[in-house]
Write a protein that binds this ligand. Sequence first.
Ligand code: BGC
Length: 450
Amino acid sequence: MYVFPKDFLWSASTAATQIEGGWNADGKGESIWDTLVHDGTGKIAHSENADTAIDFYHHWREDVALMKEIGLNAYRFSISWSRVLPEGTGPVNEAGLRFYRDLCDELLRNGIQPLVTLYHWDLPTALYRQGGWKNPAIADWFARYVEVVSRALGDRVKYWLTFNEPQMFCGLGLKLGVHAPFEHNTDADMMTVTKNILLAHGKAVQVLRKNCPGARVGLAPTGDCCLPRDDSPEEVERARQRSLSPYPNYLMSNTWWADPVFLGKYPAWARERFGEQLYPMTEEEWALVSQPLDFYAYNCYQGTVDFAADPAGYDDYGYQGCPKTANGWNITPQVLYYASKFWFQRYGLPILITENGCAQQDFVMLDGKVHDPQRVDFLHRYLRGLARAVDEGVPVLGYSYWSLFDNFEWAAGYDIRFGLIHVDYKTQQRTLKDSALWYRDVIAANGINL
Ligand code: BGC
């Protein structure tokens, strides 16, 4: 029997670009995920785009009712910067702000805590045209945006996340060129980008502390958690060390981002590797970047399986016959256990799982239902992994499944589905999958039935 804390957050996550649609509705400005997809620069599967997505912008009331039906007591979503500030800076779009205010009110009326992400990858195009994350002015642009949002929502929102996965929007978007803005920047440029993101985070935290007293603030990083072959102390320690290393590359690693934010310093390996090329920081800048946060959020899908056939270990293939999701990610439920332990040990803060989920190719079946036993099993196993960490005394604040809905999966378009709720993209019909009903029962029992 597993015992989760009484006030455990049972949540599900989304992001603005992936669900909202209304890409130019009511004064919204464009983001890079609009402009660069429309102009064909982006390589999105089947030339799809996020123009309508699941049209949450027009369906949010009925969607909150579905959240209530599942029994969520929290819902993680992101704010679209260019819906609030169409040019990224400058005039505020009141209609955009009203949308998020109304959404928060509806959530609160239904007993659902809003968990707000301020930046989930949709940089306003107007700022991209001025250099985006490479322009040092962006820390102040971001702070102004956070000022506007936190003034409007500060009395409604208790949980704030500054950034979603700097690892991915830098690694995939600015280095490997597979996500918007589809760029391949040099390491020297990425030093500037890293510093600008860290300063933007620090300034945003300052603004949130000023405008939202009592708020709980963090960011939502990801990064590989490497798994031990067995539970022996030596193996666990080896896996932990590997998880703190620049694996699979420096930008996508945990410690490149987390050590500056949570420990106020460069990771040791970065000093050795980059020496003088590292982005320079003053004492004041370190203090700004590493202001105390309230939790260590983590987006977690698969652990790195190091008992691979590859003699060098640590590849993303796993091992022969390794169970996988529909997008080829390894199913490794113990990762929630190890990751929670490793990050708690290193950073000393309660853990909040802000994403974890399973891609499948679900469809509505002849009986009108969406049976997704793989996802139910995935959830069951992963939640047991998390429960094991809770049992061993790791403070875990909550768990947010990715994703509440099927949605626009970035460069992969709409083929694979992560949702607890199936969406027919032609009719916008929503159907609760079996996994949503299963999750509902787990939430009702506060996990005791896992
Ligand atoms: C992102 C989500 C994405 C999910 C599945 C995470 O990296 O935050 O936006 O849809 O993974 O790929």
